[in-house]
Design a protein around this ligand. Structure first.
Ligand code: PBG
Length: 312
């Protein structure tokens, strides 16, 4: 009954600067902010279980308006990227989150103008620099999760100008303004205190998600993603169908986000549903819609279940 493989799953991980022990995340029971050592162990385990990749989110000690730590070659995200690659080599597709919200003191994905709106040119400049720094750190793939217009083209051009650096670009093309990201804010200790997020899409608008995916493909994305996953399966399916006729094979992935994780965990914890069946069913649905890769906080658990079932 399992219509997918461990290799199609990507494990999102959090790594916190300045910690010597992993720290539990209150709103995501079972998920931790890693120390560098526990990150190494978790990614080695993921690789051993045959998971496809890992997406790294760095949580810096210091934040400012520019998100300066995002482009520090010795900052938490670059160090973690190098560390994971040293640990697992190419056994995992090592992905780094290319966004500023973990690094800014206001918690937005971009830089802000005086009036509080996003300063797009300045934001894209930061993304270009961040792309180069993460590529230098050796990231196999960059997760462009900021939902800024033109971000794929900006990072693509910056990498091309630097010739030797060739990470794949994963575009979070259809990122909806969702209530389901709330536990993630806790996980990355985001300073976000509300205010406009009009750069994310209206949950009622399917066409916008499809349109943004096509735009990102034309800007040079290697993979496009829909986020969240569960509530947006129609968007996944429509993009998958639209890309079938594309001359270049472009996979569609989906991100089963923190709130989707927390909801099933909470229901299972009080005995309302069977955890394992619910998790597998949720992933089967995402695959059925047409996603060929899924970011899921359950990636390691699921891979372990598969290994048990196969007697390995
Ligand atoms: C942006 C980013 C977010 C998530 C992944 N990348 C936060 C946001 O979009 O506001 C959320 C993922 C989740 O909820 O699990 N860096």
């Amino acid at each position: 009954m399992i219509p997918f493989e461990a290799g199609e799953l990507v494990l999102p991980v959090f790594v916190r600067e300045g910690r010597s022990e992993p720290t539990p995340i209150r709103s995501m029971p079972g998920v931790v902010q890693h120390s560098m050592d526990s990150l190494r162990a978790a990614t080695a385990e993921a690789a051993g279980l045959g998971i496809g990749g890992v997406m790294i989110f760095g949580i810096p000690e210091l934040r400012d308006a520019q998100g300066s730590q995002a482009t520090n070659p010795d900052g938490i995200l670059s160090v973690a990227t190098r560390t994971v690659i040293a640990e697992v080599g190419s056994a995992l597709v090592v992905q780094a989150d290319l966004c500023l919200d973990e690094f800014t003191d206001h918690g937005h994905c971009g830089l802000l103008s005086r009036d509080g709106s996003i300063d797009l040119p300045a934001t894209l400049e930061r993304y270009r620099d961040m792309g180069l720094v993460l590529a230098e750190a050796g990231a196999h793939m960059l997760g462009l999760s900021g939902m800024m217009r033109g971000q794929v083209a900006a990072v693509r051009l910056a990498l091309e100008a630097r010739g030797s650096l060739k990470p794949l670009l994963l575009a979070y093309s259809a990122k909806y303004a969702s209530a389901m990201y709330e536990p993630f804010r806790d996980a990355v200790e985001s300073a976000y205190a509300g205010g406009p997020r009009d750069y994310q899409l209206d949950p009622a608008d399917r066409a916008a998600g499809v349109e943004r995916a096509m735009t990102d493909v034309s800007e040079g994305a290697d993979v496009v993603m829909v986020k969240p996953a569960g509530g947006y399966l129609d968007v996944v399916a429509e993009i998958a169908v639209a890309l079938r006729s594309h001359p270049r094979p472009i996979p569609v992935w989906a991100y089963q986000v923190s709130g989707e994780y927390a909801a099933i965990e909470a229901a299972a914890a009080v005995g309302s549903i069977d955890r394992r069946r619910a998790v597998l069913e949720s992933l089967a649905g995402i695959r059925r819609a047409g996603a060929s890769g899924v970011l899921s906080y359950w990636a390691t658990d699921v891979a372990r279940w598969f290994a048990e079932e196969n007697g390995t």
